[in-house]
Write a protein that binds this ligand. Structure first.
Ligand SMILES: Nc1ncnc2c1ncn2[C@@H]1O[C@H](COP(=O)(O)OP(=O)(O)OP(=O)(O)O)[C@@H](O)[C@H]1O
Length: 241
């Protein structure tokens, strides 16, 4: 881990009278897994949507490898992936069809599309169920398909909103292992989660936000030491108070 890959500076976003982000700033180091945690309505999804360039901030800026994502979103889109909290595949397609369809959207030629599809087939771990219509999938199977299709192009930065939400223990475990292997490939990951055990296992660093502001940030070890806590849940409760 060395240099800064993502710089987030003073993001502000309101929805009517609701202030979702109130001057949020933080940096991500290349190759790390960074987890945003915070209570419901803290501004996590809003932050991730802005960084994924699907939502414009009212003020502030962010930079991916020194390229402004607010001024030039089209330049950074190729280098980031985004898994939304409630993202859904086209249910009338078969799993395999969906992966090929997504690969064709991302790839610049057939060779690249094949490479992306193979990677996603592997990562989804859905095996022969990829031949079935997506509408026959369980929630966990759909989530695995969505995760695999979101990162098939091996982006520089993978943004994931609650990647394991709704997954059973076995599937969540599998997805966490996949996220670790993405990190080993050098992909930086920014995720949100409400699962403190997951964050202890996955995150190199954690940022705790509330009311659209960053309250504290550090490695799980640093935070536990700083707040004299045995685990991240205690840190969270202490900070939230
Ligand atoms: N499209 C929208 N229209 C109106 N208000 C919104 C919209 N999106 C978010 N908000 C509001 O902005 C605030 C932050 O919401 P956000 O979804 O970013 O929180 P969150 O930390 O992701 O919450 P959760 O943990 O519940 O998913 C909340 O008060 C929410 O109601």
């Amino acid at each position: 881990m060395g240099d800064v890959i993502l710089g987030v500076k003073g993001l502000r976003k309101s929805f009517g009278r609701v202030v979702a982000l109130d001057g949020l700033s933080f940096e991500l180091m290349r190759g790390e897994i960074f987890a945003l945690i915070g209570p419901n309505g803290a501004g996590k999804s809003t932050t991730l949507r802005i960084l994924a360039t699907v939502l414009q901030p009212d003020d502030g800026a962010f930079f991916l490898d020194n390229v402004s994502g607010t001024a030039r979103p089209e330049l950074i889109r190729k280098n980031i992936s985004y898994l939304a909290e409630e993202s859904m595949p086209y249910k009338n397609m078969r799993g395999m069809e969906y992966l090929r369809f997504m690969a064709a959207l991302y790839a610049e030629n057939e060779g690249e599309a094949d490479k992306y599809t193979k990677l996603a087939i592997n990562m989804s771990n859905l095996k022969e169920r990829l031949d079935d219509k997506i509408k026959t999938y369980s929630k966990g199977m759909m989530r695995k398909l969505m995760i695999a299709s979101s990162v098939m192009m091996e982006p520089q930065l993978a943004i994931m909103d609650e990647p394991t939400s709704g997954l059973d223990i076995e599937n969540a475990f599998y997805v966490r292992k996949q996220l670790k292997s993405l990190k080993e490939k050098g992909i930086t990951i920014l995720l949100s989660s409400h699962n403190m055990l997951e964050i202890e296992y996955l995150a190199d660093r954690v940022g705790i936000i509330n009311k659209g502001r960053l309250l504290t940030m550090g490695t799980p070890q640093e935070l536990k030491k700083r707040f004299k806590a045995d685990n991240l849940e205690q840190v969270f409760m202490e900070v939230a108070e």
